[in-house]
Design a protein around this ligand. Structure first.
Ligand SMILES: Nc1nc2c(ncn2[C@@H]2O[C@H](COP(=O)(O)OP(=O)(O)O)[C@@H](O)[C@H]2O)c(=O)[nH]1
Ligand SMILES: [Mg+2]
Length: 249
């Protein structure tokens, strides 16, 4: 039986680090879109400010006056995007959770296509396939690690590392996520597959950043991603060998 029954109770969850330049416009856009959506009965926007050094935190707090659905969380110091997203996910209450970045690169207008795909598949997760607008090096890293993760999981996902996902809330909140830095998209996909949840994929619009800077430190980011993929591979091996307890779906 499909878990999706319209209209949904939706939580949007996102990390934010030094996004002061674009954040207000991004939240206004999400809010305008969501209030007009007949497929969305009620919604909340949970954004974790990851110890930003700019006005991100103050902007979030001020915007709660205009948008009662906005629920900011604040880290005192910078912990990394995954830690911030995990805190946001843990605070969500919706039946379905839309994972986003807060830099405006993902268009919330893709939501109806994700819902349509979920309704066709009857599954618990949808992933937005990006038409890549990132720098070539970042694209290569994403392609290579996606290929490795697909091999490890025996999956054939076209965009393993896309951060834009719509996931059944109880399943997402139970994933036991551990990543801290920039590997959150890879980890969520891997943990879903680990529990037998096979995401349906949907082509989405992915825009270049218009404000702020991607703080992806290229070389360190690539090294961390490589180590993280090794961890995923080792973890899957230990699960297969019954050396680790397999998490229940
Ligand atoms: N780069 C970076 N982004 C963070 C951090 N904490 C939270 N984020 C958020 O994570 C998301 C993705 O970051 P971004 O730099 O755009 O990565 P990219 O899209 O992969 O180039 C954005 O919403 C950031 O605001 C952090 O410590 N560093
Ligand atoms: Mg980005």
């Amino acid at each position: 039986m499909s878990l999706l029954s319209l209209p949904i109770r939706l939580s949007v969850a996102a990390p934010a680090y030094n996004e002061a330049a674009g954040l207000e416009a991004v939240i206004a856009d999400w809010h305008t879109f969501l209030v007009a959506q007949s497929a969305v009965a009620e919604f909340e926007i949970v954004i974790c400010n990851d110890g930003s050094k700019d006005a991100t935190g103050a902007i979030l707090d001020r915007l709660t006056l205009s948008y009662p659905q906005l629920r900011p969380l604040h880290f005192a110091g910078n912990q990394g995007a995954a830690a911030a997203l995990n805190a946001a996910i843990a605070a969500t209450k919706g039946d379905w959770v839309l994972l986003m970045d807060s830099d405006g690169q993902f268009a919330i207008q893709n939501l109806p296509d994700m819902l349509a795909a979920l309704s066709r598949s009857g599954g618990q997760a949808a992933i937005g396939i990006r038409k890549k607008k990132d720098a070539a090096f970042a694209q290569f890293g994403s392609w290579a690690s996606g290929l490795a993760c697909n091999l490890v999981h025996g999956s054939r996902l076209k965009d393993f590392n896309s951060a834009f996902k719509l996931v059944w809330g109880p399943a997402l909140r139970g994933l036991g996520l551990e990543a801290k830095g920039m590997n959150y998209s890879t980890e969520v996909t891997s943990r879903l597959l680990e529990r037998g949840i096979i995401p349906v994929e949907v082509e989405i619009a992915h825009r270049p950043r218009t404000t702020g800077v991607s703080s992806m430190k290229l070389v360190r980011g690539a090294a961390h991603r490589f180590l993280f993929v090794l961890y995923i591979a080792l973890r899957q091996l230990l699960l297969r060998l019954n050396i680790l307890v397999r998490p229940q779906p």
